[in-house]
Design a protein around this ligand. Sequence first.
Ligand SMILES: Cc1cc2nc3c(=O)[nH]c(=O)nc-3n(C[C@H](O)[C@H](O)[C@H](O)COP(=O)(O)O)c2cc1C
Length: 179
Amino acid sequence: METLAALAKRKSVRDYQNRGVEKEKLAAVIAAGRQAPKAGPVQFTVVREAECLKRLNDATLAAMKNSGNEFLVGRASLPGYQPLYGAPVLILVSAPSGPYARDAAAGAVVAMTIAATDLGLGSCYVVSPVLGLAGEPGLTERLALPEGFAPLCGVLLGYPGGDRFSTPAAEAAENVNFV
Ligand SMILES: Cc1cc2nc3c(=O)[nH]c(=O)nc-3n(C[C@H](O)[C@H](O)[C@H](O)COP(=O)(O)O)c2cc1C
């Protein structure tokens, strides 16, 4: 797929098939993340173990329900809502604290969503698992992050299932101006 076509096609997938991601495709997605602009060190943690994903999913759901944030509580209360959407892979991006750490992590995640689209995979940019990890120190330890690194955001990957929980198409906002 051409890059511009992949950019135009990317959308958040929130329903995944029960099927893993091939090693080569996963490597290509990770390479895209590592190639993104940087502002310091970042760590990519590929979570594939079903039990680990389940624990993180459940901790995230609980954290969303207890967040006191109207939007998050509303999402978590939707029938059948699971914040990891049954995706077989989550790549978390972590970094030491710093003024641009979050920007760099975000850039890497976006690059991975475009690579995933190009490869025929579904993807979803997620921050909610970071909330789940905050309430589960044992799970954070399991990620074996380098000293001083904290998870900032991540991308879910897998083959698209249906269109459950999909984002409604945005109205064409007047959000471009030229000076
Ligand atoms: C910083 C950031 C955090 C996000 N976190 C989540 C998340 O935790 N869960 C989720 O389902 N989508 C998350 N999204 C995806 C957005 O909801 C989605 O990109 C937006 O609704 C537009 O829809 P589209 O990606 O299908 O174009 C996040 C997006 C951004 C940029």
